[in-house]
Design a protein around this ligand. Structure first.
Ligand SMILES: Nc1ncnc2c1ncn2[C@@H]1O[C@H](COP(=O)(O)OP(=O)(O)OP(=O)(O)O)[C@@H](O)[C@H]1O
Ligand SMILES: [Mg+2]
Length: 258
């Protein structure tokens, strides 16, 4: 089943000025249930702009975006949040640093509805569920339910952000360089956790990365963006067989660097 459909999406910054810049140029993209798409491209290629357009933080200039047959093109961020979760590069984004681990999870469990959270706090039944979910991360965080999240390391915090993003199985998971701020070992832990969550929930996922090893290792589809266009796409066995040197060849062919 088709989960995401992006049709002829265009984004122009500073339109009608001498600085007008076409950040997305007629992008078409269709993702089926469980597709895990890796998005590569040099700085300024339009990767974040694509995710911003899907999430609704940028109004669409022209084109159409559909999630499971719902046309969300003109929906605001709050309405689209019912369909998708997003994890950013900065581990501080996406969690409330002064709240405890369990309080953060409780808010995520209600899909960000703070009103219910303040009214009800964290229920015992939910606490047991969170403890279980944290244990599943294998990072020893199940004993840290009452720790202020701001006191955790970036990697621990990013692991919890991922858990929060997937606690209520979203239709779409959007990852924007979510391991880029972590040290190499922690980055690999969080990537393995990402893959585990994506595979076990069969999540439809878009992941931006500059890490070519991760791009080769993870996902069943891959695109390379350049100047607002998709210049290369691979799926199925073509994606499986891609190597880091293949990717480097593609970049040199298009004169782009990562
Ligand atoms: N709000 C904005 N106003 C004006 N120009 C913008 C805005 N957001 C992005 N751009 C421009 O659009 C282009 C694409 O930016 P985008 O952030 O999508 O790139 P990216 O592929 O995510 O790059 P990076 O790898 O550096 O994160 C860039 O030239 C950028 O300067
Ligand atoms: Mg970006």
């Amino acid at each position: 089943m088709t989960v995401l459909e992006v049709n002829r999406l265009n984004q122009v910054f500073d339109a009608h000025t001498p600085n007008a810049y076409q950040a997305l140029d007629d992008i078409n993209l269709t993702l089926d249930e469980g597709d895990f798409l890796v998005i590569l491209g040099g700085n300024g290629a339009g990767k974040t702009t694509l995710l911003n357009s899907i999430a609704g933080t940028l109004p669409v200039v022209s084109g159409q975006i559909k999630v499971r047959d719902h046309d969300i093109t003109n929906d605001d961020v709050a309405k689209r949040a019912a369909y998708m979760s997003r994890v950013f590069q900065d581990p501080r984004q996406g969690t409330a640093g002064l709240l405890s681990v369990e309080e953060n999870l409780a808010v995520a469990y209600q899909r960000g509805q703070w009103r219910n959270f303040w009214a009800r706090g964290v229920k015992k039944r939910d606490r047991d569920f969170f403890k279980n979910q944290l244990a599943g991360l294998g990072l020893g965080l199940d004993n840290r339910l009452n720790t202020e999240i701001g006191r955790l390391s970036g990697g621990q915090r990013q692991a919890i952000t991922l858990l929060m993003a997937t606690l209520k199985q979203p239709d779409l998971l959007l990852l924007d360089e979510h391991t880029a701020a972590l040290d190499p070992a922690t980055s690999q832990t969080v990537m393995a956790l990402t893959d585990h969550l994506v595979q076990s929930q069969h999540l439809t996922t878009l992941m931006i990365t500059h890490n070519l090893e991760d791009a080769v290792k993870y996902g069943n589809r891959l695109i390379v963006m350049m100047a607002g266009k998709v210049v290369y796409a691979a799926a199925g066995t073509d994606k499986q067989n891609l190597s880091v040197s293949d990717l480097k060849n593609i970049f040199s062919e298009y004169g782009t660097i990562l």
